[in-house]
Design a protein around this ligand. Structure first.
Ligand SMILES: *Cc1c(COP(=O)(O)O)cnc(C)c1O
Length: 245
């Protein structure tokens, strides 16, 4: 294929300095994960690093994919759709970590391999329909709210099992486990301890649903210590985002 006249390909190139920066930061995060696994006596293969690329340009994703990143995370349906259309890397898994809007859930089901933020039963049918349209099964985490703040997403503990049952029953969804964000300003150890207890309850009801999505740039060590299988790391790899979504 000729690159001439290949409109849109330019933005898949990043400056060498940026690529080097990403390479160094990624190596640093991978080393943190490896150290945390060693301390916890867990094999590093147990932990999937999802690099959260929301708000960063598609060129950064191309560079990361080239550096061996297999899992990327986006927060918004439109950004996911745009980036996926421009970056065709076979085998790259697209995760959605942000709050889902009901009217975008079907599209997310079509586009994502894994959704970490299922927090409403009304999303389930739409996600499953979207997954069916692209002929796939989409992996889902049910998001637990640990801070009683409805704006940050997640279901309260007393609604988690019903939500998980609904996901497990959906034809084109697979229940992977639980996800949570540690409450701001609180002790992440306490949050992840709670999450692990709830994960055990869920896994006793749904034996396949043992995954735990927890841990971000600032608390990945604690998350690994408490059994996280999926880390969602943005800023530590890509630099701090200019603005919150
Ligand atoms: C943005 C985001 C992350 C990544 O956070 P960092 O602090 O940049 O590592 C993880 N999880 C969720 C739900 C997010 O929205």
């Amino acid at each position: 294929m000729s690159s001439q006249g290949d409109a849109g390909a330019d933005d898949l190139q990043v400056a060498k300095a940026r690529r080097d920066e990403l390479e160094v930061a990624l190596a640093r995060v991978r080393a943190r994960v490896a150290d945390a696994c060693t301390s916890a006596g867990r094999p590093v293969e147990d932990v999937t690093l999802v690099v959260v690329t929301k708000t960063y340009p598609v060129g950064d994703l191309a560079a990361l994919a080239d550096l061996g990143v297999a899992d990327v995370g986006e927060a918004r349906e439109q950004e996911l759709r745009d980036k996926r259309a421009r970056l065709d890397v076979p085998g790259l898994r697209w995760h959605v970590v942000g709050r889902l809007q009901r009217n975008k859930a079907r599209s997310v089901g079509r586009l994502a391999e894994v959704v970490h933020s299922v927090d409403d039963e009304r999303l389930v049918g739409r996600l499953s329909d979207g997954a069916a349209e692209s002929g796939r099964v989409v992996g889902c985490f049910v998001q637990l709210s640990l801070d009683q703040d409805p704006t940050r997403g997640g279901v309260p503990e007393d609604r988690l099992v019903a939500l998980a049952d609904a996901v497990a029953a959906a034809e084109h969804l697979r229940l992977l486990g639980v996800m949570a964000v540690a409450p701001m300003g609180a002790d992440p150890d306490a949050a992840f301890t709670r999450l692990r207890q709830i994960s055990a309850v869920l896994a006793s009801r749904h034996p396949g649903a043992t995954a735990v999505s927890a841990g971000m740039s600032g608390d990945l060590e604690q998350a690994v210590a408490h059994g996280a299988t999926h880390l969602r790391v943005g800023a530590a790899v890509l630099g701090s985002r200019p603005a919150l979504l």
